[in-house]
Design a protein around this ligand. Structure first.
Ligand code: DQA
Length: 137
């Protein structure tokens, strides 16, 4: 199986950024752990702080991969365009969040992506990504 993790804005600062909310592990070291956990899966990682780049990536991979694990960060709550890109592609997408967005500010409770996703996993820290990959496998 070919699965890609796509991280959106500010997630390049994982491990440094608001560690009380997002934890102290950087994503690249976690990604190494994931590759060890899923040796039979072809796992890729992409991160961008730019909405259009995330959309371009979804178009590029959206007809050839088996799954996308997408943490669109704050774009989750603002981007009709990323929601439309998910609807436009064939590859199934799982929306993930590190934090439990429903425990936080009201503006984080709504997602423009979720209705076009297979499911949503949030609140399990970095393990949210692992659970999403598990479900594709
Ligand atoms: C996040 C939650 C979003 O509300 C926030 O803007 C992020 C990270 C999470 O993984 O918990 O950047 O997607």
């Amino acid at each position: 199986k070919k699965i890609i993790i796509i991280n959106g804005p500010n997630l390049n600062l994982l491990g440094i950024r608001e560690t009380s909310v997002y934890g102290s592990q950087d994503f690249l070291s976690y990604f190494e752990e994931l590759k060890n956990d899923f040796t039979t899966v072809e796992l890729e990682y992409y991160q961008s702080n730019h909405e259009g780049d995330i959309i371009d990536k979804l178009h590029q991979i959206g007809f050839s991969y088996d799954g996308v694990v997408l943490n669109a960060g704050a774009y989750t709550h603002t981007s009709v365009a990323i929601g439309d890109a998910i609807a436009a592609i064939n590859t199934p997408v799982i929306e993930v969040h590190i934090s439990n967005v429903h425990k936080r500010e009201a503006f984080r409770h709504h997602s423009y992506l979720a209705k076009n996703c297979v499911g949503v996993i949030c609140g399990f820290g970095l393990m949210s990504y692992k659970l999403a990959i598990q479900s594709f496998v």
